[in-house]
Design a binder for this molecule. Structure first.
Ligand code: ADP
Ligand code: MG
Length: 564
């Protein structure tokens, strides 16, 4: 028999395990939700692969997640007949954190630890799910067999820094996660108790799309051959497999049959976000392009919103059959913060991810969804829109340069803080309405530090004229102003570069001080292109400035930071 090999956890895993065990204890029941969600993901993968390779399922085609409690041995087992894992995958998935954004996560973790305990929201967002098993268990055993493989792998750890791996046997495909419940935890809450398990599954995993089953023992009256109870007969114990979750597809129901709480629970379930969403859209479109969508706008931006590997939040279904997670093709990048479900009954079930983008139906749905989402944002009340904009405004702005078709609508939706707004958001429409009668342009300045921008010498002359200046603080603004050159007939003009076009003194001054400027130019020849009188300044003596078509100082900084 092969011997077990011992491995050390990656340092980050050790750190994480410590934090999880210590700070999630008051929410300990979430471990079950995490393990069920992993089981469900594993079945998704098996089901997806079976679409092109049905043989991998053999005769084990009835997908389910089974919970089994053993009171005597104090264990709780979560089993699935999903894709399983090979030995290498076990080492990769249950010994390291291979995910993108790990650094960002650990940083957020540090921060949240300083302020308070680690929140379950944070854990959920990052999906460190599996390790939460160690909140309830002092030892975890995983027995797993990958689809199409003969041998299985046994992984075991006490969560203390190392784990063991050995080859083993397992009758079918899939994974068993066996929790050896710690005596301390069992004293607080008995996770082998049927009603405890039922309650937790109902609470956290009701919408899981595969049956979560458990064998339950009941006393039933004796029955005769026709199945009728025998009078005075003996009761006997029978074991039946019961399904604990409802698996209901709430998007398929009518709006008036769904409560706010159900909508919010469903959001939490699919998004792993325990803050209620900011808003939602439940759309049913009939006709040529038929689809149902239940989309949510989260109340908080995820920490990795700007990471390139960030996954999209829309799941694709066809007639309630799950097709895929993170369906990028359904929404443009600048709406990547939207979460939810789209069910397209006429979708070709065997369509590959590659072909999805060219699919006419998918393209029509996408176009329609964008329209609906923009309508939603346009009609939001001021407070809600402000909350939305604080979280997702920077992403929405990407649409101004990437979605030509909707540029005008998006331009009206974007907001900026300004030299006059006192930290409030202003729309371009408001700006233009309040322009001074002699003002010809919409002025803006870019940078990453609001107070430095407010005190920039470039703004002195504009302040004197009492002109408002947009304060553009997001990296994307640099791209926005390259595309958005005018709004309602007014051109956008950088306050830092080129001519401000506010009065005609430039030429006269140039003549008067021509000698002085030539002299200064002589000293600075190596470092600056030219020395000129500036219309930007009022109190300061000099400032650095760019030509109208030069990069802004902030753009230069951004490019340098990205190594270009
Ligand atoms: P996440 O689910 O967000 O990826 P987890 O920590 O919950 O993070 O799980 C880590 C990885 O371990 C999963 O991505 C998956 O590859 C693997 N895994 C966990 N549980 C199972 C399971 N029941 N079957 C197959 N693979 C699993
Ligand atoms: Mg998980």
């Amino acid at each position: 028999t092969p011997k077990a090999e011992t491995y050390e956890f990656q340092t980050e895993v050790k750190q994480l395990l410590n934090i999880i065990i210590n700070s999630l204890y008051s929410n300990k029941e979430i471990f079950l939700r995490e393990l069920i969600s992993n089981a469900s993901d594993a079945i998704d993968k098996a089901s997806f692969q079976a679409q092109t390779d049905p043989d991998i399922l053999g005769d084990d085609t009835e997908f389910k997640i089974k919970l089994a409690a053993d009171k005597e041995n104090k264990t709780l087992t979560v089993s699935d007949n999903g894709i399983g894992m090979t030995k290498d995958e076990v080492k990769e998935n249950l010994g390291t954190i291979a995910k993108s954004g790990t650094a960002a996560f650990l940083e957020a973790l540090e921060k949240s630890r300083k302020e308070d305990a680690l929140t379950p929201e944070l854990i959920g967002q990052f999906g460190v799910g599996f390790y939460s098993a160690f909140i309830a268990a002092d030892k975890v055993t995983v027995v797993t067999r990958a689809a199409g493989e003969q041998s299985a792998t046994r992984w075991e750890s006490a969560g203390d820094g190392s784990y063991t791996i050995e080859e083993t046997d397992k009758p079918g495909r899939g994974t068993d996660v066996i929790l050896h419940l710690s005596p301390k935890v069992l004293e607080d809450e008995d996770f082998t108790e049927e009603w405890t398990i039922r309650r937790i599954v109902k609470r956290h995993s009701d919408f899981v799309r595969y049956p979560v089953v458990m064998d339950v023992e009941r006393e039933e009256p004796e029955t005769d051959a026709d199945g009728n109870p025998v009078e005075g007969g003996e009761k006997k114990k029978v074991v039946r497999e019961e399904t604990l979750n409802s698996m209901k597809a709430i998007w398929a129901k009518n709006k008036n049959e769904i409560t706010d709480e159900e909508y919010n629970d469903f959001y939490s379930h699919i998004c792993h976000d325990w803050n209620p969403p900011l808003d939602r859209m439940h759309i049913k479109l009939e006709g040529m392009t038929e689809y149902t969508a239940l989309l949510y706008i989260p109340s908080q931006a995820p920490f990795d919103l700007f990471s390139p590997e960030r996954q999209h939040g829309v799941q694709l279904y066809s007639r309630r059959v799950f097709i895929m997670e993170n369906c990028r093709e359904l929404l443009p990048e600048y709406l990547r913060f939207i979460r939810g479900v789209v069910d397209a009954p006429d979708l070709n079930l065997n369509i590959s991810r590659e072909l999805l983008q060219q699919d006419a139906l998918v393209r029509n749905i996408r176009k329609n969804l964008v329209k609906k989402i923009l309508e939603k944002l346009e009609n939001m009340d001021g407070d809600t829109f402000e909350k939305f904009y604080n979280e997702f405004g920077a992403v929405l702005k990407e649409g101004v340069y990437s979605d030509f078709e909707n540029r005008d609508r998006l331009t009206k939706l974007i907001r900026y803080k300004t030299t006059k707004s006192e930290d409030k958001w202003r729309s371009l429409t408001e700006y233009v309405n309040d322009m001074k009668s002699d003002q010809n342009h919409i002025y803006y300045i870019t940078g990453d530090n609001l107070s430095a921008m407010l005190n920039s010498p470039h703004l002195e002359a504009l302040k004197e004229k009492d002109y408002e200046v947009l304060l553009m603080t997001d990296p994307v603004d640099e791209f926005v102003v390259q595309t958005l050159t005018e709004f309602e007939g007014k051109t956008l003009q950088s306050a830092e570069k080129g001519d401000l076009d506010i009065d005609e003194t430039d030429e006269k001054q140039s003549e008067t001080y021509a000698d002085l400027f030539t002299k200064i130019q002589g000293y600075l020849d190596e470092t600056v292109k030219s020395v000129k009188p500036s219309s930007h300044l009022k109190n300061s003596v000099s400032c650095l400035s760019g030509d109208a078509y030069d990069m802004s100082a902030y753009m230069e900084k951004l490019l340098k930071a990205s190594g270009q």
